[in-house]
Design a protein around this ligand. Structure first.
Ligand code: GUN
Length: 283
């Protein structure tokens, strides 16, 4: 068997077309969905991410503002900017790019974002709605992974899903979304002994650790769906995920490539969350 590829670029194009159509419908009613992206300091990777987010807004009919501040910005100044954006009727989503400089308390800043504009889904109010199964913003990367499962016709109901990684941004919300979709979920992490014992029983594996070759062929049940959230570099500097792609592909039923898998879905779901936020505000 050779696993079929889950094409994140193709799925993104499909969902982004819907985003553009819904943004256009709002515009006709006099409301352009607006996203504010705040970056503090000069993290090179963050600079690329925020530029891509703003460009994606522009390309799909959303209004966006990029606010870049020097690392010397104080926490009080950043909190004041967030408060101003909370009150700005042209802005429906506020995203503070992480990481923040050490002198700024990221938790305090994220909690200062109005829950109704928390398109990253990082606010405790968003985490809470996810936990109890109420509507709310879902963190973009796990939300995108769920869209990928839906796109291949994989209903998690009754399946055993194993998530590797317990970050607040991916692992924990991913486990909650799969649980909400009626999967039986195992959440593994760096202190899990014998990871393969768990993954070999999985119909769905989501790898979100940030380390190469966390999942190898001997750890995968034949036919399983493998979603790779990792973004790493191999010894030649080439982009790779957490999964040993070449080894796992002959065993799995479906697999996401890196690049071209989960990566493009994250910004796509950010656009979707922003349009949904604007639709809520338009009610
Ligand atoms: N840093 C890395 N990924 C993300 C993300 O999805 N959102 C924010 N705000 N910061 C990040």
């Amino acid at each position: 068997m050779t696993a079929r590829l889950i094409d994140g670029n193709a799925l993104s194009r499909h969902i982004r077309a819907e985003v553009a159509q819904r943004a256009g419908a709002l515009k006709e009613r006099g409301m352009t969905p607006g996203l504010a992206v705040l970056q503090v300091g000069d993290n090179a990777a963050s600079r690329v991410y925020v530029r891509n987010k703003v460009k994606a807004c522009h390309d799909h009919g959303l209004h966006s503002v990029l606010e870049s501040y020097p690392a010397s910005m104080t926490e009080a100044e950043l909190l004041a900017r967030v408060r101003a954006l909370n009150a700005d009727p042209a802005i429906h989503g506020i995203l503070v790019q992480l990481p923040l400089p050490e002198h700024i308390d990221a938790f305090k800043v994220i909690e200062s974002i109005a829950a109704a504009k928390d398109v990253d889904g990082f606010h405790v109010a968003s985490a809470g709605t996810l936990m109890i199964g109420q509507p709310g913003f879902r963190p973009c990367t796990p939300y995108g992974c769920m869209k990928m499962l839906a796109a291949i016709g994989c209903d998690p109901k009754g399946k055993h899903a194993v998530v590797i990684g317990r970050s607040n941004i991916v692992g924990k919300p991913m486990a909650m979304l799969l649980l909400q979709a009626n999967a039986t979920v195992t959440l593994c992490h760096s202190a899990t002994p014998d990871l393969g014992h768990h993954t070999r029983q999985a119909d769905i594996v989501v790898a979100a650790v940030g380390k190469r070759n966390v999942l190898t062929a001997d750890m995968v049940k034949p036919g399983a769906v493998v979603i790779d959230v990792g973004m790493n570099r191999d010894e030649h500097g080439k982009l790779c995920g957490d999964v040993d792609f070449a080894g796992v592909r002959p065993v799995a039923g479906w697999i996401t490539p890196v690049p071209g898998g989960v990566g493009p879905m994250t910004i796509t779901m950010l656009l979707m969350n922003t349009v949904e936020s604007a639709e809520q505000h338009a009610r």
